[in-house]
Ligand binder design. Structure first.
Ligand code: FAD
Length: 346
């Protein structure tokens, strides 16, 4: 998007922020707030470059989540190099690096401190097979570099980055190529995405496990369907990593963020344990984590790079296995938006 010359009065169509009329259903108002957030960032992007970032810093958790799914806002920030650089300096704590070399340096720092790592190449929603083939090449390079790292390292994938939207078979074919390149002893951790993709992700995960691939599933506690998914995963012998869930979902498919999702997390952790497996608790919530570590023997912990690092070191010192999710690559913007939203708390 082209920025108008400084000092020019905005045309009516791009004028200053107009308060949205908050009428209609809650769902309508939520959608409206998301659009309003996108419009505010666009308007902010026309001022001096950091303006767009100041607008981002003032947004609510829900609005930030809306931005995390907006390719429009991402393009605005990317198109203005000083804004992009400033944004990256804020995002850096959550990002292992833009290049694979930087990411491997981060991985070595983490494994050197006794932490496991799950390395992911940023990206989602591949549009065609060519894009998926490029992603597979990127992951192969990552797998080869990880093979030289001394430590407990996994690879992590986002299924839509590997062609899930082009069909389950397309995705499975590409993921199977990756499995061949996994370093010895490593697992392939499979991220959870929006609930509309969950049925296919579960089918993919179970199919890979049944074919002997060392996969780990991610289950979102906020989704109402998750107890059924856990049952299916346990029956297929797939280890389960529990997260609260990072996507905005409607009330018919998901528990609300906060207490309801946290209670669902506790129930799922006990369900996994009762099914004979040890869950991985992927949460930064210390109360939830400590309550479960005390009652679910063998549970491990996963944290995101850049979040509560002191907790990670303290847990390792107590003998709790801890893995850090470390994403790298060029497409860090949306991921950063989600992390900014979460850093605000519920
Ligand atoms: C290893 C791992 C993998 C994940 N994979 C997925 C996935 O595949 N799909 C998915 O939907 N979600 C995933 N998530 C995200 C998850 O669903 C939550 O959105 C996220 O972890 C925040 O929830 P929380 O459990 O940490 O609790 P919260 O209640 O959000 O946070 C607990 C505490 O940690 C602090 N905190 C949380 N986030 C930040 C931050 N970014 N910066 C600073 N402080 C922070 C909060 O301020 C709060 O004090 C993953 C999370 C982890 C840890």
């Amino acid at each position: 998007m082209r920025a108008p010359a400084a000092g020019r009065r905005p045309r009516p169509s791009e004028g200053p922020r107009v308060p949205a009329i908050a009428t209609g259903s809650a769902r309508h108002r939520r959608r409206h707030r998301g659009r309003r957030a996108v419009r505010r960032v666009r308007v902010g992007a026309r001022g001096p470059p950091p303006q767009a970032l100041i607008v981002i810093a003032s947004l609510t958790r829900r609005a930030l989540y809306a931005l995390a799914t907006s390719s429009e806002v991402e393009s605005v920030v990317r198109a203005i190099p000083p804004a992009r650089d400033l944004a990256y300096s804020a995002a850096r704590r959550y990002v292992a690096g833009v290049t694979l070399d930087d990411a491997i340096e981060t991985v070595r720092r983490l494994t050197g401190a006794g932490l496991g790592v799950s390395l992911d190449l940023f990206g989602e929603g591949a549009a065609d097979e060519e894009a998926v083939t490029r992603t597979v090449r990127g992951y192969r390079a990552a797998a080869a570099a990880l093979a030289d790292v001394d430590g407990d390292v996994n690879l992590e994938i986002v299924p839509s980055h590997l062609g899930l939207d082009l069909g389950l078979d397309v995705c499975r074919r590409h993921v199977e190529q990756l499995v061949e390149f996994l370093p010895a002893g490593s697992r392939l951790e499979i991220s959870a995405e929006e609930s509309r993709r969950t049925p296919q992700i579960m089918d993919l995960t179970v199919a890979l496990a049944e074919a002997g691939a060392p996969v780990m599933a991610t289950v979102q506690a906020n989704l109402r369907r998750s107890p059924g998914d856990v049952e299916r995963l346990l029956a297929a012998g797939v280890p389960v990593r529990l997260v609260k869930g990072a996507y905005l979902e409607s009330a018919d498919v998901a528990h609300a963020w906060g207490e309801p999702a946290t209670v669902a997390f506790v129930r799922l952790a006990h369900q996994v344990h009762a099914g004979g497996s040890a869950p991985v608790l992927a949460t930064h919530d210390p109360v939830l984590r400590e309550a479960l570590l005390a009652t679910v023997p063998g549970a491990g912990v996963e944290l995101l790079l850049g979040v509560r690092e002191d907790d990670a070191h303290a847990l390792v010192a107590r003998g709790v296995p801890v893995r850090i999710y470390a994403p790298y690559g060029d497409s860090w913007f949306r991921y950063w938006m989600r992390r900014v939203a979460e850093s605000r708390g519920a």
